[in-house]
Design a protein around this ligand. Sequence first.
Ligand code: DAH
Length: 349
Amino acid sequence: MALDAVPLLRNEALTALAAAGDDAALRAWHTAYLGRKDGRLTGILRTLGSLSIEDRKTVGAAATALTLELEAAFEAREQELRRSALARSIETGRVDVTLPARPHLQGGLHPVTQLLRKILDACRSMGFSIVEGPEVELDYYNFEALRIPQDHPARDMWDTFWIDERVAGQTPLLLRTQTSPMQIRFMEEHKPPIRIASPGRAYRFEATDTTHEWMMTQVEILAVDEGLNMGHLKGTLLDLFRRLFGPERRIRLQASYFPFVEPGAEVAMDCYVCNGVGTGCASCHGTGWIEMLGAGMVHPEILENMGIDSRKYTGFAAGMGLERLAMQYYGVPDIRWWYQNDLRLLSQF
Ligand code: DAH
């Protein structure tokens, strides 16, 4: 063995150590130079026997010193690598606290739902219970039981979506055109006194435009009791509208026809934007009135069909659509906008 084996090995080992750039390279270096079995230093120590006593001492001492030096250099390099890895990860994963925060998108109730809840709250506070009926309805409930028989011209008012499937032994299925069928369903199961408000969706086979949609939200009101008359209907609606649109509101009833009430009425409320003045008002189109709903006294024939004695009991009913009212309420000019799911519109309310 050459006497300069130790200094030569030192140079080589230190150069290789400086080149080891990651953990795996470091481990490999350690095995190659300091490994107990096959390491280069062990190799030198193993061949000491072939040297003279004098040389053995010199080389042996130098090899031992190099072992210590290399172990120390190894540890230093290991720490250096660890530090620079940490520095790199801090740099790449850096949090810039000056960046503006990402906005939290907050959900909200649809404006029509908000209006619906206001109406239902007012109904509840007047003693009405909230009940819901099916959107897929039998012809019987939607039309026949409400005195709109097959081939009756009044059916033209409610052209609808029919469903191909049928329930055996039942009238055809359709998407209900109104929430009025819930009057029948409820009177089948309950006897007076009755006070219900029934919200839900109704559908019509409509060509859509700025004021027509094929789906709408309605609220149906029904009260049956001893001695109810038009005065109670008017008082209830006036109170409802005053709760919603201000204590100074007035209402107007005009005779109208719905097969399930007698007499029937179209009910309008004085415009809450111009206070009924009309002239130049965009909300009520200059009329001073806003059409709110259809209403009337429950037809005695319907009460009798439901097993309710029409000489003892009378009832009133009303049904309103919410989308048009919501247009006025929120100042939205096109009914179709409600269901286009455009957050630029919906998030304003
Ligand atoms: N269901 C009717 C419609 O959708 C509205 C209506 C009119 C409901 C008169 C009633 C009523 O309860 O008495 O056009």
